[in-house]
Design a protein around this ligand. Structure first.
Ligand SMILES: [Zn+2]
Ligand SMILES: [Zn+2]
Length: 248
């Protein structure tokens, strides 16, 4: 058993007390705290603020189009086709979704897990897969220590359970501590290229598999590209990217 530090202890206590309160109080909207019918969901006002990316989009990266034609690619994908097959996101990353995603990422709000998995599950219909191997984009261990959990792993685990897909939490390792993702595409690409590795013990299960890489937000596609390139080089049959939200 690991050593329980003071902060760890406080964290556990706050987790238990929140769990206990959840049992005793009427269900609350995850986002605004208003009353809702079912626990672990958001209210209709918060729901209306979300922009669901269900319309026409780039066949590869999922960039939304005003009007669609099947199989059309956006300018960026036409210029340089990404190594992943498709990237799909549930929501536009905007004022309506940002605060939920940030509190999930930094605010210890893992109670969002099941709700977000539901959104990912809907967005995954665009991937047309009946079976897949689901993996999260990893955090560097230094950042994991600070945050206590990898938000992408919470998403991936809940999503895989919902879809009855295989789940491997540690197939990819982030061995380089990259600064928080800022700056333009070229800068981010430099930061993440070569930041990941495949864990040796996982190599033999990649061959020919359809792999879904899960992350919270698709920003420039640099992370998705780095992960997909690595998995394709290791023999993956296909690599798709599924995120909660997308900057667009
Ligand atoms: Zn609400
Ligand atoms: Zn595209």
């Amino acid at each position: 058993m690991g050593v329980m530090t003071e902060s760890n202890f406080k964290h556990r206590i706050s987790h238990w007390s929140r769990h206990l309160l959840d049992q005793l109080l009427p269900p609350r909207c995850l986002a605004c705290g208003g009353g809702v019918q079912d626990a672990g969901r958001i209210c209709s006002d918060c729901w209306r603020q979300l922009d669901f990316l269900q319309g026409p989009a780039c066949a590869c990266c999922g960039y939304p189009f005003d009007f669609g034609s099947d199989g059309a690619l956006c300018a960026a994908c036409l210029k340089s086709l990404p190594p992943f097959r498709r990237a799909r996101a549930a929501l536009r990353y905007d004022d309506g979704s940002r605060h939920m995603i940030i509190s999930f990422k930094h605010g210890d709000r893992t109670d969002y897990g099941d709700f977000f998995a539901q959104l990912l599950s809907q967005a995954s219909q665009g991937l047309e897969l009946s079976s897949a191997l689901v993996i999260p984009v990893p955090l560097h261990k230094q950042r994991l220590r600070k945050r206590r959990y990898n938000q992408a792993a919470v998403l991936a685990q809940n999503f895989a359970r919902k879809k009855h897909f295989d789940y491997i939490p540690d197939m990819l390792v982030r061995h380089r501590y990259t600064p928080p993702q800022e700056g333009n595409y070229a800068c981010r690409k430099r930061n993440v290229a070569g930041a990941f590795n495949i864990r040796e013990k996982c190599r033999q299960i990649i061959a020919e598999r359809a792999i879904i890489v899960i992350d919270d937000v698709y920003t420039t596609g640099a992370t998705a590209t780095a992960c997909a390139r690595l998995l394709k080089q290791a023999g993956a049959g296909s690599v798709d990217i599924l995120t909660l939200a997308r900057v667009c």
